[in-house]
Ligand binder design. Structure first.
Ligand code: ZN
Length: 124
C-alpha cells in the first residue's frame, strides 16, 4: 500500500464527518484526513473547502514569497505558445502540437513532450 498523505487544509479536522472520526472507543477525535491520493491543489488537499481554507490563511504570504507581480505581463509572439491537440477519428490517436495564439503557427509535438510540463517554446 502506498504511503498516506495528510490533507494540508488548516481546518480539515474541524469538519465533523464520519470518516474523520478516528481512534479507539473512548478516545475518538476528529482528525485531519489521510489519503493515498488527493485531487485538489496538486494532491495536497482532500477537498476544495480545505484548499480554500489553506489559501485564505496563507495565500498572501505565498504570493509575496514567490514574487508578487508589480506590473502587468504582456502576451507577445515570444510567449504565446500553448499546447493543444486534434483528435483524429481515422486511427483514434491524438495529434499534439504547439499553437502560437498570436501568429496561429503550429509546430508538432510528441505526446511525451505534450505531457512534459517543463517542455515549452515560450521565452521565460
Ligand atoms: Zn482536508
Amino acid at each position: 500500500m502506498s504511503e498516506l498523505k495528510l490533507c494540508q487544509g488548516t481546518r480539515c479536522h474541524t469538519y465533523m464527518t464520519k470518516d474523520r472520526l478516528k481512534g479507539t472507543k473512548e478516545n475518538k477525535t476528529y482528525q485531519t484526513r489521510r489519503r493515498s491520493s488527493m485531487y485538489y491543489g496538486s494532491g495536497n488537499f482532500c477537498s476544495m473547502q480545505c484548499y480554500n481554507d489553506w489559501a485564505e490563511t496563507f495565500i498572501d504570504r505565498a504570493v509575496d514569497h514567490f514574487g508578487r507581480l508589480t506590473e502587468p505581463k504582456h502576451l507577445t509572439e515570444e510567449n504565446a505558445w500553448v499546447k493543444d491537440y486534434d483528435w483524429r477519428t481515422d486511427d483514434d490517436s491524438a495529434r499534439h502540437f504547439f499553437l502560437n495564439q498570436i501568429t496561429k503557427e503550429r509546430r508538432p509535438l510528441t505526446e511525451e513532450q505534450y505531457r512534459d510540463n517543463n517542455y515549452t517554446l515560450n521565452e521565460r
